[in-house]
Design a binder for this molecule. Structure first.
Ligand code: COA
Length: 320
């Protein structure tokens, strides 16, 4: 059912060394605590829509898919250029004139949730071809004087095309949320008084705020449990899995989840050293890299899992 995958990254790269000139940090601290060395950041001109269109166009070109044959576009993003959603603008810019288009906001779980949503539309016979894009530009929404968060994130986009085939690629899936933990990772809007006499207020968005320790504990406790449940539903063992593709948040989180699952470290997909946490883009970005290098092969069994703000986490067990 997966027909193609591609990705796009901004040209500008920002190293740990560069960051140590902006905030009090060091390459050594960032590397040991997170595994990140570099991240890419968008410039003023080429924002989220630009990156998303680049990833989508590359994916369509790879399989020579005519944009007019796309039935639906789902954009997973929490940093659209337009608060009303950016999927419509992308539909126009890539020339997918027949496609319905909407955004899904679910932070770092957004891509996995969008993939599950797209599969529902295909399985119930409504659509044949769905373009799913995961894209985020969190560099525009971090506080560049907060060393605990600005070191973590980078910008990117990734895109896949799903097409109806006889065989369903999705073996099992889950989406779970614990709203009680929402406060641990937020990008809040706040009130701004416009006219006190008439009680008129606007909202304006602030920056990413995070309790890193709580987010870490949440990921390492919730993910292994949800993955194990999904393996049971799919009636397969962890030993049958070829690749563990987790949202690329932090090397220590990937290792801890892998250890809890008892999966070999050689099966854990990992490219966050070069890109940092790219939120909804991280899974398709890594997928593209491993497929392009020929490491992920047709028929491979993959656990794909996103987790993050909400708190929300989502797991898919699938065949490539
Ligand atoms: N450089 C140097 N020191 C830093 C720093 C930085 N970039 N960021 C924080 N510190 C300092 C803190 O100020 C603190 O100093 P103190 O002990 O003098 O108060 C010390 O390092 C430890 O801070 P702490 O926040 O407890 O570190 P940590 O070991 O929890 O590591 C994270 C911080 C963010 C790397 C870690 O909590 C983490 O990975 N959390 C998950 C984050 C994540 O993945 N979020 C996205 C999920 S989608």
């Amino acid at each position: 059912m997966f027909s193609t995958v591609s990705s796009a990254i901004p040209e500008k790269s920002l190293s740990n060394e560069d960051l140590s000139k902006i905030v009090e940090t060091s390459d050594e601290w960032i590397k040991t605590r997170t595994g990140i060395s570099n991240r890419r950041i968008t410039n003023e001109k080429n924002g989220l829509v630009y990156l998303a269109c680049e990833a989508a166009n590359k994916a369509l070109k790879k399989q020579e898919i005519d944009p007019n044959t796309i039935d639906l576009i789902i954009l997973a993003s929490s940093t659209p250029d337009d608060l009303f959603g950016s999927a419509g603008e992308i539909q126009y810019k890539i020339g997918a004139t027949n496609a319905a288009a909407f955004d899904i906001t679910a932070a770092c779980s957004g891509f996995a949730i969008s993939l599950i949503t797209a599969t529902q539309f295909i399985n119930n016979g409504i659509y044949n071809t769905v373009l799913v894009i995961g894209a985020d530009v969190l560099s525009k929404w971090v506080n560049w004087s907060d060393r605990a968060t600005c070191i973590l994130f980078g910008d990117a986009a990734g895109a896949v095309v799903l097409q109806k085939t006889q065989k369903n690629f999705l073996l099992s899936s889950t989406i779970q949320t614990d709203g009680n933990q929402n406060k641990q990772l937020v990008l809040k809007s706040r009130s701004k008084v416009v006219n006190e006499q008439f009680g008129i207020y606007n909202r304006e968005y602030q920056y990413v705020e995070m309790n890193g320790r709580e987010v870490y504990k949440f990921a390492v406790s919730k993910l292994p449990q949800a993955i194990t449940e999904c393996l049971v539903k799919a009636k397969i063992n962890i030993d049958d899995i070829d690749w563990l593709l987790l949202h690329q948040a932090n090397q220590r989180i990937l290792t801890a989840i892998g250890d809890k699952l008892g999966i070999s470290s050689s099966k854990i997909i990992n490219n966050l050293e070069n890109y940092g946490n790219t939120s909804a883009a991280s899974i398709p970005l890594a997928l593209d890299e491993y497929v392009s290098k020929g490491q992920i092969k047709k028929g491979n069994k993959i656990i794909l899992a996103g987790f993050g703000a909400g708190f929300t986490w989502s797991v898919i067990v699938m065949t490539w």
